[in-house]
Design a protein. Structure first.
Length: 150
């Protein structure tokens, strides 16, 4: 926890074949990385729909990471390229919701890169700590049900 008492809530969507293994190796090697990063294991980073990312923010995440296999190493051939395209497509939309683009991070971490997983996690935690908490209602306004005119 920081001096201000803010500990970011960070969601990491991690690829089953590579990034999850990197997280596991980091833990096995007892490498230090923030405990406030919550892993969601997905079969492929290409499976992470932009709607999942927005739902993570809406549900209280201050930051979201999508971690996948290195380019040309995807078990599903081009899933990581899909993740790259989706994250690039989502970034300008984050601006429209008054969500800083730095709150979303995409990276490639293989199963043998425990040190990289730990480093990327620490860097994301530092970046989000500097940005402060995401105030969803301030970013997009209160959520109102849509009324259909009669």
């Amino acid at each position: 926890m920081t001096e201000t008492g803010f500990e970011p809530n960070i969601i990491a969507f991690v690829c089953n074949w590579c990034s999850y293994g990197g997280a596991d190796i980091a833990g096995s090697m007892r490498l230090k990385y923030p405990s406030n990063i919550k892993l969601i294991r997905v079969m492929c980073s290409g499976r992470v729909d932009p709607e999942f990312i927005m739902e993570a923010f809406r549900s209280g995440a201050d930051g979201v990471m999508v971690l996948g296999c290195h380019p040309n190493d995807c078990h599903y051939i081009e899933g990581n390229y899909k993740a790259l395209k989706r994250c690039n497509m989502l970034r300008p939309l984050l601006d429209q919701f008054n969500i800083e683009q730095d709150r979303l991070h995409l990276d490639w971490v293989s199963a043998s890169e425990g040190e990289k997983f730990a480093r990327v996690s620490r860097e994301m935690n530092e970046r989000i700590t500097k940005l402060g908490p995401l105030n969803w209602e301030k970013a997009i306004g209160p959520i109102r049900s849509m009324e259909v005119p009669s």
